[in-house]
Write a protein that binds this ligand. Structure first.
Ligand SMILES: *Cc1c(COP(=O)(O)O)cnc(C)c1O
Length: 426
């Protein structure tokens, strides 16, 4: 690590807990200190010491167009001179709502918030208010942000740092959250037999990305749709990662499943802080001020965030972006798998389109338990040797890598070549 990153980190730990504003950035799980980033363009990052990296974190998902896409930048610049926040409705928010409704099949009404955490927290509140029930079902290793009810057996940083839950979440609240293994419909049906009329909603990442990428069994997702419908509870798809990532309409479009509520974030902000939740009109109409369930936000629908998001969605809607992303994803992830096998390593590479993960294990990775069986020490060595070669990956075995439209064939081939060298050396 360069001197400047080192010095900045030493300064940061004095004034920010752990030196970072989000735990996953710290690099604790892979035994490195974080790089401080000073600039990004296309698929590249530069750290404070001027080192250049090929970026497969893409800000944990949002930068599907790469960094500083010219149309996003010009749209931001144009808005900037008109003021940065009014706390009053704008035309941009209507355009954003219409764009989301147009692209995401099950969404008939939508509310903008400032993060994925807020989106999931609000969707849960709405499901409880709408059904008049308290219990929710989530899945082990799925991450839905850090709201109290959702920090039970959560993925992402909670999984990376091996935290079972979190102090500060009242037992009285946590007991309403039932956490079950992903891809296992039988246990969900059992839970409904036991608590059926107490369950407000089932929240799921239809394509989990926070325990590493897991390929959903489509029958499992369809089963969730049926069992929730049959029991009068709501199905919530948390598409904060998969939304606009795997297809214009997310996983629900890819698999043809219609959830009651959908959480969005990451990509819809085009790199600015945004989240959204939406769904069936009859349910969304319960939100204040139309209805009686409360949720609010000073900066919600912020004009700059809307401008960046709308510019991003406009490009994603055009032409054959998803076919290209699919090709890039396939090239990268199959290349990584081949590289590992030719180095004599057992790996499982799970990927859908432009999101994927490599697990150092011989067994299929279909849920959190099997993800945790992968060789974490091996991942650490892989991570560190890749970083030395200028490839920037998420510093955890339980996160996704993302490809953007700015990753061209040459960059992908170069990354695979680096992986071949790295995998042979570990
Ligand atoms: C990132 C993420 C969140 C939380 O979003 P923030 O903007 O970090 O609060 C929620 N759900 C999923 C599936 C995510 O990947």
């Amino acid at each position: 690590m360069g001197e400047k990153s080192k010095t900045l980190f030493q300064r940061a730990v004095r004034s920010i807990p752990g030196g970072v504003n989000s735990p996953v950035r710290a690099g604790k799980a892979v035994g490195v200190d974080p790089l401080f980033i000073s600039r990004a363009e296309g698929c590249f990052l530069w750290d404070a010491d001027g080192n250049k990296y090929i970026d497969y974190v893409c800000s944990w998902g949002p930068m599907i167009l790469g960094h500083g896409h010219p149309e996003v930048v010009s749209s931001l610049k144009e808005r900037l001179s008109d003021g940065t926040s009014y706390g009053a409705p704008t035309e941009l928010e209507v355009e954003m709502a219409e764009a989301i409704i147009d692209m995401v099949p099950s969404v008939e009404m939508v509310r903008m918030v400032n993060s994925g955490t807020e989106a999931a927290m609000s969707a849960i509140r709405l499901s409880r208010g709408f059904t008049g029930r308290d219990k929710i079902i989530k899945f082990e290793g799925c991450y839905h942000g850090h709201a109290d009810s959702l920090l039970v057996s959560a993925g992402s940083g909670v999984a990376t740092l091996g935290i079972p839950g979190s102090p500060g979440v009242p037992e009285d609240l946590a007991r309403h959250t039932i956490s079950l293994p992903f891809n296992n419909l039988d246990v969900v049906i059992e839970a409904f037999e036991k608590y059926g009329h107490g369950i407000a909603s089932v929240i799921v990442e239809p394509i989990p990305g926070n325990m590493g990428v897991i390929i959903p069994n489509v029958e499992f997702l369809k089963g969730l749709r049926e069992v929730t419908r049959d029991n009068g509870s709501l199905l919530i798809f948390d598409e904060v990662i998969s939304g606009f990532r795997v297809s214009p309409g997310g996983a629900q479009e890819l698999y043809g499943i219609s959830p009651d509520l959908t959480c969005l974030g990451k990509i819809i902000g085009g790199g600015l802080p945004v989240g959204a939740y939406g769904g069936r009109r009859e349910i969304m109409e319960r939100m204040a001020p139309q209805g009686d369930i409360y949720q609010a936000g000073t900066l919600s629908g912020n004009p700059l965030a809307m401008a960046a998001g709308l510019a991003t969605l406009a490009i994603l809607k055009k032409g054959d972006v998803y076919r290209k992303l699919e090709e890039k994803g396939r090239a990268l992830f199959s290349g990584l798998g081949n590289a590992a096998r030719s180095a004599g390593l057992n790996v499982v590479v799970n990927h859908i389109g432009s999101m994927g993960s490599i697990f150092f294990t011989a067994n299929p990775v279909e849920d959190f338990a099997s993800a945790k069986e992968s060789d974490v020490e091996m991942f650490k060595r892989y991570y560190r040797t890749m970083l030395e070669k200028g490839i920037y990956l998420a510093p955890s075995p339980f996160e996704a890598s993302f490809v953007s439209i700015a990753h061209n064939e040459e960059i992908i081939q170069k990354s695979i070549y680096c992986a071949e060298e790295s995998l042979r050396s570990i």
